[in-house]
Design a protein around this ligand. Structure first.
Ligand SMILES: Nc1ncnc2c1ncn2[C@@H]1O[C@H](COP(=O)(O)OP(=O)(O)O)[C@@H](O)[C@H]1O
Ligand SMILES: [Mg+2]
Length: 246
């Protein structure tokens, strides 16, 4: 099982949507994909139609065995996770990684969504990962966010998970016609501080339409929208970069 954690400390920058894209694409390709929602907002859970009896906090606490908490290939997030960060104040950040060992033979890939923060919950999500993906808008402010997240990645690499690799920064809400977006992308590519995905994700209302209708945004009726095409190509890039072959 290859584990990918999606994180940035900024909210509303398409973290959850990026997780959804990877999960939905890989499932369409026939892979077994486990989704884990570590966010108390529970957006990934609700989008995937999760109505689980237990959540990620219950698993970490040991209230339930991980196999029992998984319903429809999802470990749920939600309001109960408000206490998860506190849990990690006194418990090992490797708790999720350790629990995942029990189910690693059942899945090809595990995708972990995180809250918009750099806190102990996010660090635990990074501890469990082989790869990290950071979605970011192409702006100066966002760059500071990426650099701060990279510092967190470095500290996790040094302490608990030296195999952790940055798979890339994904440029989201990208506008071709904005010179400043192009300049930002050029700057990032030249500075060479982190890998950037070739695919840049444009904005389309179709993403929200699909979510509102509880549809898979890779269903045929949405596939003509720019953002949907871009998310598809991005997920394909991920499939290749993590060396999946089937
Ligand atoms: N490419 C896109 N085009 C249009 N809307 C998008 C796109 N990506 C994400 N969104 C919307 O932006 C909002 C924030 O995205 P979300 O993935 O929930 O961000 P985060 O998890 O970082 O808070 C959501 O309403 C989502 O549907
Ligand atoms: Mg989110």
């Amino acid at each position: 099982m290859i584990t990918i954690t999606c994180c940035t400390q900024k909210g509303g920058v398409s973290k959850t949507t990026t997780c959804e894209a990877i999960i939905l694409y890989l499932r369409k390709q026939g892979y077994k994909v486990l989704a884990i929602d570590l966010d108390l907002q529970g957006n990934l859970t609700s989008y995937l139609g999760g109505d689980n009896k237990y959540d990620a906090f219950d698993v970490c606490l040991g209230k339930v065995k991980i196999e029992k908490a998984i319903e429809n290939d999802l470990i749920a997030g939600g309001a109960n996770l408000a206490y998860l960060n506190q849990f990690f104040e006194t418990n090992k950040l490797t708790a999720i990684k350790t629990k995942l060992k029990t189910v690693e033979k059942l899945y090809d890939v595990c995708v972990i969504d995180t809250p918009p923060a750099i806190n102990r919950t996010v660090l635990a999500g990074l501890c469990a990962a082989d790869y990290v993906i950071m979605p970011s808008e192409p702006t100066r402010d966002a760059l500071d966010g990426i650099l701060q997240t990279l510092e967190a990645v470095k500290s996790v690499k040094k302490s608990a998970n030296n195999g952790l690799e940055v798979l890339g920064v994904l440029m989201v809400k990208y506008k071709e016609r904005y010179t400043v977006h192009k300049q930002f992308l050029n700057y990032c590519t030249k500075a060479n501080k982190f890998p950037v995905f070739k695919t840049k994700v444009r904005e389309s209302q179709a993403i929200n339409n699909a979510k509102t209708n509880n549809d898979n945004f890779f269903d045929k009726q949405y596939m003509k929208a720019n953002a949907v095409i871009d998310y598809w190509n991005f997920a394909k890039e991920v499939e290749k970069k993590i060396g999946l072959k089937k």
